[in-house]
Design a protein around this ligand. Structure first.
Ligand code: AHR
Length: 510
């Protein structure tokens, strides 16, 4: 059978925000300590304590933004513990993640240095669960105020004269859970209060992100939107028209969290049958339903789409690798994770009219990571390769696709075999990313490029492997990596090719 992909131009010219390709690094397990921070005296080559090999690898992903310090850690984090001379910083207990001792050597200055090294915008999550309004207000002043003030002077004393640029700020994390077990009615009021004191000291106002729903908690979204906390003017050109508008709380983004996991029984990341392959593909498709249903509620209160949906935690969540600390969430990463990443990113691209940002959890050594480290060694995961292949979609114009495809059937159940998104870059190049979920069958595809007729070349890169659970290890670092895919036939206004089973393919047409 042949599948048909129709790539269309749209009047709406929606842009796939580069921030959909964002990342998340929490003080959790070996993400910050060892994964990023090794300290200035480490034998591992580093720049001001941040390891060079990891920075070099991350730079190749064009990371647009990085969320920090959590996660659950954020609502127990007191930022003043992480500034000043490192030897004087207090040690604290990381209560959420293994109850290990955190020495606070990686704090505000080190995080913002990392962002500068990888050229990513910082996205800081503030503490609502156990912090104070004053503490949050002072953090913003410390980071962004250029004049003379107690916090700006403290920053200077700690070695940074000029303020940093900070656009994205989260008002708490998972405040329905580890961030305070709050009801949404209570959190909505707290949000109004805390965000009032997140002041703007820079040319670009701070983009405030509220804790959003867990998975299918539609009541949370309903209340947050109903309480009138959506902004009234598009960010960042808002014009204050009257005193009521001036006092109206602002919410620029609402953050949904959804992981691809089986909470009833966490599965192995590497040892699995086709049943589990299918199961995780099916769980991944739930993201589409969640985005559409939360968007429908947001549309009701905000038809102009002023408030963005932010998916600032997503990815696979498996059992930890045998023999590792259960509180560290260290898992391997296989071809199955690559498909999960490719499908999710296609879903975000296709819903970019509402989804402005997404942050995969997490960047290094935790959950669906880009990079795994073992002492001085480092490997890139299949998920890293998908992010590298898909970076062509960043800030490109969405080309809506319609797909007529067969099914991937397992037992009595079935899913669409192909999952696709497409975009056109400013250079005019068109990129089509196609995931073939079926681990047993390749598929012949005709791709109709409709109005995009003046093309003369088509090339591709593919990520696939012989087995569903192929992964890189510290002994075999390049078992799975992208290869050139050049079996593409060009016709007048179509291209055709056969996508191998279980693969992620990105085609470039120009
Ligand atoms: O990413 C791991 C944890 O998952 C985060 O700390 C928390 O926000 C979520 O429950």
């Amino acid at each position: 059978m042949t599948s048909l992909i129709n790539v269309n131009k749209s009047e709406k010219k929606e842009v796939i925000s580069k921030h959909i390709y964002g990342h998340f690094a929490e003080h959790l397990g070996r993400c910050i300590y060892e994964g990023i921070w090794v300290g200035e005296d480490s034998p591992i080559p580093n720049t001001r304590g941040i390891r060079n090999d990891v920075v070099e690898a991350l730079k190749k992903l064009n990371i647009p933004n990085l969320r920090w310090p959590g996660g659950c850690f954020a609502d127990e984090y007191h930022w003043k513990d992480g500034i000043g001379p490192r030897e004087s910083r207090p040690s604290i207990v990381n209560n959420n993640w293994g109850k290990v001792v955190e020495n606070n050597h990686f704090g505000t200055h080190e995080f913002l240095d990392l962002c500068e090294q990888i050229d990513a915008e910082p996205y800081i999550c503030g503490n609502v669960g156990s912090g104070t309004v004053q503490e949050m207000q002072e953090w913003i002043e410390y980071i962004t105020f250029d004049g003379k003030s107690p916090m700006a002077d403290l920053r200077r004393k700690n070695g940074r004269d000029k303020p940093w640029k900070l656009k994205y700020f989260g008002i708490g994390n998972e405040n329905w859970g580890c961030g305070g077990k709050m009801k949404v009615e209570y959190y909505a009021d707290l949000y109004r209060r805390f965000q009032t004191f997140v002041r703007d000291f820079q040319d670009t106002p701070i983009y405030k992100i509220a804790c959003g729903p867990s998975e299918a908690d539609y009541h949370w979204t309903e209340v947050m939107m109903r309480e009138g906390i959506g902004r009234t003017e598009p960010f960042p050109d808002s014009v204050v028209t009257d005193i009521w508008e001036h006092h109206r709380p602002e919410m620029h983004g609402l953050a949904l969290h959804f992981y691809t996991r089986n909470r009833a029984n966490y599965d192995s990341a590497t040892e699995f049958s086709e049943e589990k392959w299918f199961d995780y593909m099916k769980r991944t498709y739930v993201m589409e339903e969640l985005i559409q249903k939360h968007t429908a509620i947001m549309d009701k209160y905000d038809p102009e789409k002023n408030v963005d949906l932010i998916v600032d935690e997503w990815g696979t969540w498996f059992n930890v690798e045998p023999g590792t600390n259960p509180g560290f969430l260290y898992q391997q990463n296989t071809l199955r994770d690559a498909l999960v990443a490719g499908i999710n990113l296609n879903i975000f691209n296709n819903n970019c009219d509402r989804v402005h940002m997404a942050n995969i959890a997490q960047m290094i050594n935790v959950l669906q990571a880009m990079i795994l480290t073992d002492g001085k060694d480092m490997i890139l995961t299949p998920t890293y390769h998908v992010f590298e292949m898909y970076k062509v979609h960043q800030d490109a114009t969405l080309l809506p696709v319609s797909v007529s495809t067969g099914s991937y059937t397992y037992g009595e159940d079935s899913l669409p075999m192909l999952n696709v998104s497409a975009s056109q870059a400013r250079s005019g190049k068109v990129h089509i990313s196609v995931c073939n979920l079926d681990p047993n069958h390749s598929e012949k595809i005709t791709c109709n490029l409709n109005e995009i007729k003046d093309f003369s070349t088509a090339s591709g890169r593919i990520l696939t492997a012989e087995s569903m659970n192929e992964h890189n290890t510290f002994e075999a670092t390049n078992r799975i990596m992208p290869t050139v895919f050049d079996e593409i036939e060009l016709h007048h206004d179509t291209i055709s090719f056969t996508i191998p089973s279980k693969s992620v393919l990105v085609i470039e047409v120009q």
